[in-house]
Design a protein around this ligand. Structure first.
Ligand SMILES: *Cc1c(COP(=O)(O)O)cnc(C)c1O
Length: 421
């Protein structure tokens, strides 16, 4: 096994080793050496009030906290949350990280902190649905002009309004159907008109893609998903470059965003096994995707690691791997039989969110969440999160659920009212 072989070149005496990112994932955010005995993991520090020995010390802490991680008040962070911030900054190759109570809060805070009345936002049509809702309601009510662009990003250049466009917001791959975007191209467009590029990087969770290295200013993470990895907490993060961080940090303080130290400690624990879990999620998802692709009831499976996926080339260029998320389109457009399929599943829980160790299934209606361009889907859709169970069990479960649904397997006939004359 090449992975087990020892390095052949003999290192120079005294040279400091440069650990790989696999090793750094285990080391980052841990209590530093050189300060005596210490636990492996940072202690959970619960605090609202922090007390000082003198007014001078209190005053110094309040001054320093503007630029450094110092203990001053619980809402401004503790040893535990600082450790997670630092780990995420390293993971994403960012300057610093701002934590939020949920992934959705991270996304909406980024939008509110960086956009002002009269400014123009370009946001992907494949954005996570609650962010779409925020950009269709609250943000326009505050004077921000929100415009959606096509899920494949082909129309971004044409929609750009130099002098007015202040942010391009991307999510890659997009929610539900895994649409791919060309991030370096979006970064060049954003730069050309002085706009921010914010990227929701929850799918890759900081491990499979680092948007900041491709020109983004901010990488948004729902740590709720693969980083936490066990479906037992909610947490968000915005990993920032030097330009974006001070604005987000200030807005966060002003609006009282803070996270629990217990959740931060659990997220840090989850982070240690992120690489291992993602590898297995991807392997299982591909086994399930290939099996589904052979079923007569299935019209299409959506996962960018599949060679015939339209986003496959971009995914291969930019990503280091895949995860357990996929969508299935059944030929049968009947939502009742589709729901019967989901109800019949035994290994897949019916539930929102994903990124935990377990498999999940939910009926989805992508057409209802798209507003740009024509929608070509004809069948009914289910989103699967493929967990760490045995893929044989998962395929067996899917097989009995397909049988129970009693799908019509033939592709639907063209609707005479909708076909061209
Ligand atoms: C789940 C999700 C979020 C929101 O995360 P929460 O912690 O549940 O608020 C944001 N973006 C994407 C892409 C997600 O899948």
């Amino acid at each position: 096994m090449p992975g087990n072989s020892r390095p052949t070149a003999s290192p120079e005496a005294g040279a400091r080793m440069q650990p790989t990112r696999t090793t750094r994932l285990l080391q980052t955010g841990r209590p530093p050496a050189g300060q005596g005995p210490r636990p492996v993991n940072p202690p959970v520090m619960r605090a609202s009030t922090v007390v000082f020995d003198s007014v001078a010390e209190w005053r110094a802490a309040r001054q320093q906290r503007q630029t450094r991680q110092v203990l001053s008040y619980g809402a401004r962070g503790t040893q535990t949350t600082f450790a997670l911030e630092n780990a995420l900054s390293e993971l994403e190759k960012g300057h610093r990280t701002q934590l939020y109570p949920t992934g959705l809060a991270a996304a909406t805070q980024v939008l509110m902190a960086l956009l002002r009345p009269g400014e123009h936002l370009l946001i992907t049509d494949a954005v996570y649905a609650p962010v779409r809702h925020f950009c269709s309601t609250w943000l326009p009510a505050r004077g921000v002009d929100c415009e959606f662009y096509a899920a494949d990003g082909h129309d971004v250049a044409a929609r750009l309004r130099p002098g007015k466009t202040r942010m391009i917001y991307a999510e890659v791959p997009g929610s539900l159907l895994n649409d791919m975007l060309d991030l370096p191209a979006l970064a060049a467009l954003a730069r050309s008109c002085g706009a921010w590029l914010a990227v929701d990087n929850t799918w890759a969770s900081g491990w499979l893609l680092n948007p900041l290295t491709l020109g983004a200013d901010i990488s948004i993470l729902a740590a709720t998903k693969y980083i936490a990895g066990h479906s037992d907490l909610l947490l968000g993060a915005a990993v920032c470059n030097e330009r974006a961080y001070p604005i987000l940090a200030h807005f966060s303080e002003s609006t009282g965003q803070t996270v629990s130290p217990d959740d931060a400690a659990l997220a840090l624990r989850g982070l240690r096994t992120l690489e291992l879990r993602l590898e297995r999620h991807e392997r299982n998802a591909l086994a399930v995707a290939q099996w589904l692709g052979r079923q007569p009831a299935v019209a299409r499976v959506f996962h960018p690691a599949l060679p015939d996926d339209p986003g496959h080339a971009l995914w291969k260029r930019d990503f280091k791997g895949g995860n357990g998320l996929l969508a299935v389109e059944f030929h049968d457009p009947d939502p009742g039989r589709r729901d019967r399929f989901v109800d019949a599943l035994e290994c897949f829980g019916i539930g929102a969110s994903w990124g935990g160790f377990e498999s999940l299934a939910v009926p989805i209606d992508p057409a209802a969440l798209r507003s740009v361009g024509a929608w070509h889907g004809r069948g009914s859709f289910v989103r699967l999160h493929v967990g760490l169970e045995s893929p044989e069990d998962l395929c067996q479960d899917l097989m009995q659920a397909i049988a129970a649904a009693q799908f019509t397997t033939a592709p639907p006939q063209p609707d005479p009212d909708r076909s061209p004359p």
